[in-house]
Write a protein that binds this ligand. Structure first.
Ligand code: ADP
Ligand code: MG
Length: 400
């Protein structure tokens, strides 16, 4: 893979830097700036080289339309504070306005363009549309540095097609992420556990098939646990459920059995009356979710205390652990217990512990853990998982 050392002298050059600045927001307030901080080394490097730095990123899923709450403007402001220098912002991504803002840059100055995903071409399924958008982006720069590790598993215009149109290389963050993830794929010290949770159920179910032969055990929490419970014949009330994945999950359970890999599912669950911060809740056995006083309206929002203890025990006795996806709706304090227990146990892991995913990283910081209590906090959730599966990631392949 080409890295910064493979690029020629960048002084005075217009360098487009693809970052992943997809931070969690509460209104215009950034609740975790981890991904901005993780982008700083490459930004600083390019400033020191005397480049004109043009930063592009996505934020959220505006689906090809301008959605004000997904503007990168607050991100540009935060970046300026962290860098200690002014950062320009232009509220378009391509076209004359963006071009003229780029033309006004002096060497060592930084400009952030508006959210890539305000343009339908960025994440289009149509290769031609992506090509066209990448062509418009390419006009803004002489080089591309690709450093948005969180998106390298997606074949999107700024990640894939653009990297073919300009001389391109990976930045410092991608390089650092890969060094750690390689330790997980090449000879992880055993026992090696993978802990999965979060809300992107169908995305994450797919990785299980590939991970099973590589790990000693899988621990399942978060939104996907209900599809597993349903596969075992339990009713799950109004919890998150991917009914069309039940058969697939059954096949994972039997494959795990054949391979001798344990899949640990919760024994108890916190069931809430509704999806709300102040919702009433009860602890019930995982196979009797509808036994709570909320009946079939009950929603499972966290793993229960018994499960949290079991998971913590397994994790703290492992040598290598990768964790992606909160165990519950940690944004609501009453349902953060499972996530806290897992995070705490991860700090005890003897060899290597990795936390991956935007929300997972935000969760551990929000719960008061320090970054250095873990082996590594990855900016990529889906990207890390696909790398661990052994898949080829388009955003990295294109840099080879
Ligand atoms: P990451 O960004 O770390 O990859 P995801 O985006 O997949 O993680 O999922 C994070 C979200 O999952 C959090 O916002 C959390 O509230 C949600 N979540 C966790 N458990 C549940 C649950 N039982 N029901 C609904 N949402 C859940
Ligand atoms: Mg997420």
């Amino acid at each position: 893979m080409r890295t910064l050392n493979d690029l020629p002298d960048l002084i005075g050059k217009r360098v487009i830097l693809r970052c992943d600045l997809n931070v969690p927001l509460d209104g215009s307030l950034i609740t975790d700036d981890g991904r901005i901080r993780a982008s700083l080394p490459t930004i600083r490097y390019l400033i020191e080289q005397g480049s004109k730095v043009i930063i592009i990123s996505h934020l959220g899923r505006p689906d090809g339309e301008v959605v004000e709450k997904y503007s990168l403007h607050p991100v540009a402001k935060r970046l300026s504070e962290l860098l200690g220098q002014p950062v320009g912002f232009v509220n378009t991504t391509v076209g004359v306005e963006a071009e003229s803002a780029v033309n006004q840059l002096n060497d060592g100055e930084v400009l952030v363009l508006e959210n890539l995903r305000f343009n339908p071409g960025e994440a289009s399924k149509d290769e031609g549309e992506r090509e066209t958008f990448a062509g418009q982006l390419a006009k803004l720069g002489d080089f591309l540095v690709s450093d948005g590790f969180g998106v390298v598993h997606r074949k999107q215009a700024s990640v894939y097609e653009l990297a073919k149109k300009l001389p391109s290389a990976a930045g410092i963050l991608i390089d650092a992420e890969l060094k750690v993830l390689k330790k997980l794929t090449e000879n992880p010290e055993k026992p090696y556990l993978v802990v999965l949770g979060g809300s992107k159920v169908s995305d994450k179910l797919g990785v299980i098939d590939h991970l099973l032969p590589r790990v000693d055990a899988l621990l399942i929490g978060g939104g996907m646990l209900f599809t597993f419970l349903a596969a075992q014949g339990s009713k799950v009330g109004s919890s998150l459920l991917e009914a069309d994945q039940i058969e697939t999950v059954k096949s994972y359970l039997s494959k795990a059995n054949e391979l001798g890999v344990e899949i640990y599912l919760p024994s108890d669950v916190l069931v809430a009356e509704k999806f709300a911060i102040d919702a009433k809740y009860e602890t019930v056995p995982a196979n009797q979710i509808e036994s709570s006083s909320f009946g079939s309206n009950g929603i499972g929002l966290d793993i229960g205390p018994e499960t949290a203890r079991t998971f913590a025990n397994l994790i703290s006795n492992a040598k290598t652990v990768f964790w992606n996806g909160p165990m519950g709706v940690f944004e609501f304090p009453n349902f953060a217990g499972g996530t806290r227990a897992v995070a705490e146990a991860l700090t005890q892991v003897s060899r290597l512990s990795v936390v991956g995913g935007g929300d997972s990283a935000a969760a551990v910081r929000q719960l008061g853990f320090a970054d250095n209590q873990f082996g590594h906090i990855s900016t990529g959730g889906g990207a890390s998982l696909e790398f661990l599966e052994g898949k080829k990631l388009p955003g990295l392949e294109v840099l080879k």
